[in-house]
Design a protein around this ligand. Structure first.
Ligand SMILES: CC(C)(COP(=O)(O)OP(=O)(O)OC[C@H]1O[C@@H](n2cnc3c(N)ncnc32)[C@H](O)[C@@H]1OP(=O)(O)O)[C@@H](O)C(=O)NCCC(=O)NCCS
Length: 167
């Protein structure tokens, strides 16, 4: 565990080349620069950067649809993982959108590290989307963080059903 401090601040357009570089090393179907520009241009977004040692270490992109926040993308530089950076980024998002806000995301069932991260932050699996990921036809696990899920329940999650975890 390194002790190098991490600064969390709003993500800017100037960060996007480093965002794309981390994204390409992190995800099987990385977003393009244009997709990040579009997300960052949304007036209702909540997007944060983690900076360590003067370099972008990670980022999170959230968008609001009606009264629900969607975590669209979160990634940390492979060399800087397991230092709590994603946790700090997401906690900063919860500070911004409100701790009782309803937040949802999709994740690959095979991404056990990300699922563990989300569960530690109060998300619960509440359904799946069939063949959501086009590269390998994998289903998506739908996770929610709401006042109920933070207490281990799904009763304020729309169309919730206990979802199978693991690949
Ligand atoms: C998922 C990801 C964002 C986590 O970032 P991170 O900064 O390493 O996460 P944190 O250090 O905050 O992890 C907090 C906790 O989550 C869990 N966790 C995180 N990564 C894990 C892994 N690879 N395996 C198992 N548990 C993991 C652990 O409980 C961890 O606590 P610990 O280190 O004390 O055991 C990072 O691995 C990543 O960028 N992955 C590729 C992109 C991706 O999959 N994004 C999510 C798409 S839905």
């Amino acid at each position: 565990m390194t002790e190098i401090p991490v600064e969390i601040r709003p993500l800017t357009y100037a960060d996007l080349p480093q965002v794309v570089a981390i994204e390409r090393r992190s995800l099987p179907t990385p977003w393009s620069l244009a997709m990040f520009v579009l997300e960052l241009s949304k007036p209702d977004g909540a997007c944060m950067a983690a900076v360590q040692d003067g370099r972008l270490a990670g980022y999170v992109i959230c968008s609001r649809y009606d009264d629900v926040w969607h975590v669209m993308s979160v990634a940390v530089d492979p060399a800087r993982r397991r230092q709590g950076i994603a946790t700090t980024l997401l906690e900063r998002i919860f500070d911004q959108v409100g701790h009782d806000a309803r937040v949802t995301l999709e994740v690959r069932p095979s991404n056990v590290g990300a699922i563990a991260l989300y569960e530690r932050l109060g998300f619960l699996a509440a359904g799946s989307r069939r063949r959501y990921y086009q590269d390998n036809g994998e289903d998506a696990l739908i996770m929610w963080r709401t006042p109920a899920t933070r207490g281990g329940r799904l009763d304020d999650v729309p169309n919730a059903r206990a979802a199978r975890l693991g690949p």
